[in-house]
Design a protein around this ligand. Structure first.
Ligand code: ZN
Length: 328
């Protein structure tokens, strides 16, 4: 089935193989990487809690030391997407983490954009980029992310978002920044309701005006928030394995995906951090079908929703829709 993916982190996409190759090319930390990967496999890509997951994310990001490393990761990701028949993806770059590592965000972005575009042109995958700020780093570092994102508007960057710890970086802090993002012409998305309650989803929609919500799990706890998502037509970027891996849910069958569908919320299916969770988008589709007994029409519906929710112009969406229908 041809697919579209909207919630996918470049850093979290690194496969064991890619990470090992990156460390080997430097000849420095291969043993450390091997030990770490072994540990990850032993506990089946599950984390004690969200903090432990964030630590793993940082571990991987630390191995992306140069623009060339980032480009290598992007090329590998696009090859993975092509193998899964993903035709269009909006990939999130943790721009906040690039700046935190004191790397040049412009050089990193130009390298990943070029790498992804080159491989994408050969393999028939189109990529756009979302710049993500780390919400628990606070507002000023996030503003720096936004300023660079704006420079690359129409050059591959389509949106600004926030991710990380919702409790330490609540939406209230970012109201002005989201307004600035909109004024600059960027689309907006926000992780919400992943590690905090339904109020966090409401705040992302009402205060930030986020056009899409990453995860939105906690919305299921409050019928009024579900109604808000439905009435405003705010799509959710659902990632089943991710929510179990970070400890948000005990098991996949606890996921409120069926509730979201019953309530008429626009749902898209995503892999989030496939390398860190040992999954793929294909696997997420299979998991949704097997766990919740979804039909092929419902699975195709996730892709139709993803095209609808994509940060593309209407003409581009209808072209993508036609291409996917032809492939089906
Ligand atoms: Zn995410």
């Amino acid at each position: 089935m041809p697919k579209v993916e909207l919630h996918l982190h470049l850093e979290g996409s690194l496969s064991s193989q890619t990470l090992r190759e990156l460390s080997r090319s430097k000849g420095t930390c291969e043993a450390e990487v091997d030990r770490w990967l072994e540990g990850l496999r032993r506990r089946n890509f599950r984390y004690e809690n969200f903090q432990e997951f964030i630590a793993a994310y940082k571990f991987v990001a630390r191995h992306l030391e140069s623009p060339a490393d980032y480009a290598f990761a992007a090329e590998r990701l696009v090859e993975d997407l092509a193998r899964q028949n993903v035709r269009y993806a909006e990939v999130t770059l943790s721009a906040g983490m690039v700046l935190w590592k004191k790397q040049g965000l412009e050089a990193v972005f130009e390298a990943v954009a070029r790498g992804a575009a080159d491989v994408g042109a050969q393999r028939g995958v189109r990529i756009n980029w979302i710049f993500d700020a780390v919400r628990h780093f606070g507002v000023e570092p996030a503003r720096e992310v936004l300023q660079v994102a704006a420079r690359y508007l129409d050059k591959g960057v389509v949106a600004f978002g926030i991710g990380g710890d919702e409790v330490r970086g609540p939406a209230e802090l970012f109201v002005d920044l989201y307004r600035e993002a909109r004024d600059l012409g960027l689309h907006t998305t926000a992780h919400a309701g992943e590690t905090a309650g339904p109020q966090s989803v409401r705040a992302a929609v009402e205060l930030l005006g986020a056009e899409r919500i990453g995860h939105g799990l906690a919305a299921a706890q409050d019928p009024a928030v579900l109604a808000l998502l439905r009435e405003r037509g705010v799509p959710l970027e659902v990632s089943l394995t991710s929510n179990v891996a970070t400890g948000a849910l005990a098991q996949v069958s606890d996921h409120p995906l069926p509730r979201f569908l019953d309530e008429g919320v626009c749902v898209t299916l995503n892999s989030d951090d496939p390398g860190l969770f040992g999954t793929t988008l294909e696997q997420e589709f299979r998991l949704a079908a097997e766990t919740f007994g979804l039909s092929r029409e419902q699975l195709e519906g996730f892709t139709a929703n993803a095209i609808h929710a994509a940060f593309l112009a209407e003409a581009e969406k209808s072209e993508l829709r036609k291409a996917l229908q032809a492939a089906l």
